[in-house]
Design a binder for this molecule. Sequence first.
Ligand SMILES: [Fe+2]
Length: 425
Amino acid sequence: MLTKEENEYITRVGPGTPMGNLFRHYWMPALLSHELPEPDGAPVQVRILGEDLVAYRDSGGQVGLLGEFCPHRKASLFLGRNEEHGLRCVYHGWKFDTTGACTDMPNEPAESNFRDKIRHTAYPCRDAGGVVWAWMGPRDRMPELPQFEWTLVPDTHRTVSKLYQANNWLQGVEGGIDSSHVSFLHSSRQSGAQGPTRTFGVGGLFSSTDTAPKFSLLETDYGFLIGASRTTNVQDLSYWRLTPFMLPFYTVIPGRISSGEQVYSGHAWVPIDDYSTWMVTYSWHPAEPIAQQRVHPAHYVPRDPATFKPLANRSNWYGLDRQMQKTENYTGIANGSDQDRAVQETMGPIVDRTTEHLGTSDTAVIAARRTLIRQAHDLESGREPAPAWNPAAFRLRSLSCELPAAYTIEQANTAFQARQPSPIA
Ligand SMILES: [Fe+2]
């Protein structure tokens, strides 16, 4: 559990908060590239880390991310005209380029230098991996983009989608690194069975027979590696899931497509504000197209195309079907991603961590909190987060495999490292 103060400290990400400052030292996945499909197209409202912004793709294809409200009289620039290398406020015609410079001020005398004094909030952006990344931190301390493998493969080898979630980002992260829940929340149920029987989707072969995996962690230069090992029906052999937690909020989980090949998926939980989150889901195959494959249930959650809000939500109890719960699966909720969101949202917008009871299966959850709090403390005393300055550290897959039961996390990490992509030459 956390104290009330710690829970406030770790969850709040608005401007000026310690955790908000930490997040502003990492690149943020701000929106999907296809939300801005063409130069001079319609702008998009973006709310991220509690800031109201507007994104647009200028005449040259560069994405701008500006404060939503015009610095003149605060009209919304979402109403604006995206034309000739700038976004123009429709109230008085002031125009801003992607750097936040005011490039035209047609309602002031031509000889006035007033426009040179205006510098609007603007965050540098990059397109990579079907995502627009924003740098919301100090301009003179901007590292290279993290080298996630899914951002480096051809577009055909990757699928990226996002979903709105009505809860604080940390509840998403905690669900994502909690390997223990897979044997329950995501398990199917055969008729007459008393407990969880076998998992589907992201689960492994042996999740059923051993529902209390042994957790071990290894601190790394990207965050930490989570090992969850389960006993198998073969003596001296364990089934391991090795999944990295990359700071500040990324996961990678193993999966398989029908051919039995290993593909990878993962999530980023990007705070919209303290009470709502974008769950960005990425799936990829390192070498082959996967666009038509059902690689992760999150991509197939029915949603409003304009708002990315899932149709199954708290208002309809996620489509909970009590008959399905009796006969088909553990939850009575059909989609695996809806299952996750159902438990994460119904804890409340910011879960009260002062009254929870953590067990040994919560090892990774505890470690993530410690790591995040430590990084925010470090930043408060002037030490920048090291992973942000190590883009190659994010080039990671995950692994599910059988290993000798006696292996330690260090030995398992050797197997894990052997399956990672080679570094960029
Ligand atoms: Fe889950």
